[in-house]
Design a protein around this ligand. Structure first.
Ligand code: ZN
Length: 460
């Protein structure tokens, strides 16, 4: 069996930060050791001296627009960009074209994507009214969770009424699955949009005024209330206010298995950035005022936000440009997957004092637990898949999308920003998939992660 040794790195995983060699055999970690004897007879020695080795980051929330809008992104370019940013696993959302609302559409997308990905992947199923009869079938084909929109989104992917959401939650609860919820109050935000439009407002600030924090928080509250009633595990996607995170924490205290995600744009950008960036920072929920962003950081540093996610949405610049004259015509989402982990690590670890073990939990371990992948993924310990990101933690670089990105649409709301900490190598199951700016594997290297996979035994 091929034996690889990652030599002399500082391992930063959820249970501690320490120097050790890492032995990899058959794609799995087989030993952590400080004994140089493990270097003998290695087929490959990877020099990690001076580097920090984190568990490969896990992104539970990306949109690759494949099938249907592959001029935006596809499973190859999307996972290449993810690998370059230190991700080793990504879960992709069902809002593709057509949306994945039936079992057949789910399996077709799964089999197509498996040929194209360079890192491991999962696919969420759909929780919409038309797809309610397909939830169990999608679960059997590998969907670990099901996505619902409380507000209107793309017309092809209907948002749910409270009744439809509760019915879906009950079905998913019976399977032991997860419900993922985009929580914004549809009536409140569309009432606001109507009033703003009537007043002739179509500017960037109008977008923010249409979706103030309470529009999100009311829906988070309602979703958690219904989840408690249904007894289902629930993840509130892209929370953007500390009140939302506090509601999730309170639900957890009350016995609901609830978790919260956060995106890099909600941690890094504020309203001033949004004014500067215009449509490139137009997303839902919107980028918030600085005081709200600081409140989110308090929650992140307290360990109350479970998962760092990208919510990667690579619209073309032409599509984003629709927002220049009318912000309500702007497609919602940011092109961020390649910079998600570096930009947040730079801020969290270097500027705000987050420990590396806390960062490992935030970027990998918590997601692995929620997705049912732990301890196969999201950790560095014997028996785990050798999914690793090697970081030069002090390297400074500036985001230059055209020169750096693998996305089909190289732009970024973080363009021009200086980041401290760079991914020099990403490994998926022991294989180097990204190194020094290059992708090193062919499409198809990634494997599908199914809700039906047998769990890896927990460590002793
Ligand atoms: Zn999303």
């Amino acid at each position: 069996m091929r034996r690889t040794v990652v030599h002399g790195g500082t391992l930063a995983t959820e249970y501690g930060v320490f120097a050790a060699h890492l032995v990899v055999e058959g794609g799995r970690i087989t030993a952590l050791s400080d004994d140089d004897a493990v270097l003998a007879n290695a087929d490959e020695v990877i020099d990690a001296r001076g580097l920090v080795v984190l568990p490969g980051a896990i992104d539970p929330h990306a949109h690759f627009e494949d099938p249907g809008h592959t001029e935006r992104e596809d499973f190859t370019t999307g996972t290449m960009a993810a690998a370059a940013g230190g991700f080793t696993t990504v879960f992709e959302h069902p809002l593709t074209y057509p949306p994945v609302t039936t079992v057949d559409l789910y399996t077709a997308k799964r089999d197509m994507a498996a040929e194209k990905v360079v890192i491991d992947f999962g696919l969420w199923g759909a929780l919409t009214a038309p797809s309610l009869p397909h939830i169990e079938g999608q679960w059997r084909e590998g969907a670990a969770g099901f996505k619902a929109f409380m507000p209107r989104s793309d017309p092809s992917y209907p948002n749910v009424s409270d009744d439809e959401m509760l019915e879906g939650m009950r079905t998913v609860a019976g399977l032991g699955g997860l419900v993922l919820i985009h929580a914004e109050n549809d009536a409140l935000l569309h009432g606001n949009i109507g009033r703003l439009r009537a007043a002739g407002r179509t500017d960037m600030r109008a977008h923010h005024e249409s979706r103030p924090p309470f529009v999100e928080e009311e829906a988070v509250h309602r979703a958690l209330f219904l989840a408690r009633h249904a007894g289902v595990r629930v993840q509130i996607v892209h929370t953007s206010t500390p009140v939302s995170v506090g509601l999730v924490a309170a639900a957890r205290d009350a016995g609901v298995v609830a978790s919260a995600e956060v995106c890099p744009h909600h941690l890094i950008l504020d309203l001033d950035d949004a004014d500067r960036l215009g449509p490139l920072a137009c997303c839902a929920p919107p980028v918030r005022a600085r005081a709200v962003v600081e409140g989110m950081w308090e929650r992140v540093l307290a360990g109350e936000v479970d998962c760092l996610v990208s919510d990667h949405s690579a619209y073309t610049l032409e599509e984003k440009g629709l927002g220049e004259s009318d912000i309500f015509a702007c497609p919602l989402g940011c092109q961020v997957i390649q910079e998600t982990v570096p930009v947040v690590l730079s801020e969290a670890v270097h500027r705000r004092g987050m420990t590396l073990d806390a960062f490992a939990r935030f970027s990998a371990t918590n997601a692995a637990r929620i997705l049912g992948l732990y301890p196969r993924k999201g950790t560095i310990r014997p028996g785990a898949d050798a999914d690793l990101a090697l970081w030069d933690l002090d390297a400074e670089w500036t985001v230059d999308p055209q020169a750096q990105q693998f996305s089909k649409n190289p732009w970024s709301p973080f363009a021009g920003r200086t980041i401290r900490g760079r991914v020099v190598r990403t490994m998926v199951r022991g294989e180097t998939v990204f190194r020094d700016g290059e992708i090193c594997v062919a499409p198809g290297h990634g494997r599908f992660l199914s809700s039906q996979d047998a769990p890896v035994p927990a460590p002793a």
